[in-house]
Design a protein around this ligand. Structure first.
Ligand SMILES: CC(C)(COP(=O)(O)OP(=O)(O)OC[C@H]1O[C@@H](n2cnc3c(N)ncnc32)[C@H](O)[C@@H]1OP(=O)(O)O)[C@@H](O)C(=O)NCCC(=O)NCCS
Length: 143
């Protein structure tokens, strides 16, 4: 049974909320240089079509420092690829947020059931960003 809602896998909650130890099925991390995500209008439109989900674009473009968010989302996609061990199409994995602001991964299209196929029970994502660099880390937890 997957700790998820539809194709959405939430994190495990705050440390201490769970005390069962599961198997780490995969980890992935990535750094992204924010400067490379300060797109002009044309590149922004291209990335919105080919790389980012609608939710990611809406979230980032609401922020003054939107390039930091786009860099963080890209790092999260790369980290997810590394954790699962293959190139998940860019728009089939995207970052969403819980009410607290905590980031989570959502899967779409052919990747909708990817966590279940890999036996992932819980999926953890953390993102951090500065004016110059964004980083993401993903952990896949199974039974
Ligand atoms: C969440 C928090 C730790 C972010 O730290 P920060 O040094 O300001 O910023 P960072 O660049 O390292 O991290 C920002 C990212 O953290 C993530 N984040 C936000 N809220 C989060 C939360 N409650 N839990 C985990 N991650 C969170 C988001 O991905 C965020 O990126 P975004 O602003 O683009 O959405 C900080 O804002 C905070 O302490 N908030 C209030 C308390 C809280 O919710 N704490 C929970 C985590 S200890």
């Amino acid at each position: 049974m997957c700790d998820c809602e539809g194709s959405l896998l939430s994190g495990a909650g705050a440390p201490g909320q769970r005390n069962t130890l599961n198997v780490i099925l995969g980890i992935g991390t990535d750094l992204a240089e924010v400067e490379r995500y300060r797109f002009d209008q044309e590149r922004l439109a291209w990335f919105a079509r080919r790389v980012y989900t609608d939710e990611e674009m809406e979230y980032a473009m609401r922020k003054r420092h939107w390039a930091e968010r786009l860099a963080g989302f890209f790092a999260a996609k790369e980290a997810a690829r590394k954790a699962f061990g293959f190139a998940i199409p860019w728009r089939e994995v995207g970052v969403s947020h819980e009410r607290s602001g905590r980031p989570i991964l959502k899967f779409f299209g052919a990747a909708s059931n990817l966590p279940e196929r890999f036996g992932v029970l819980r999926l953890h994502l953390t993102i951090t960003h500065t004016a110059t660099t964004a980083a993401a880390f993903v952990v896949l937890e199974g039974a």
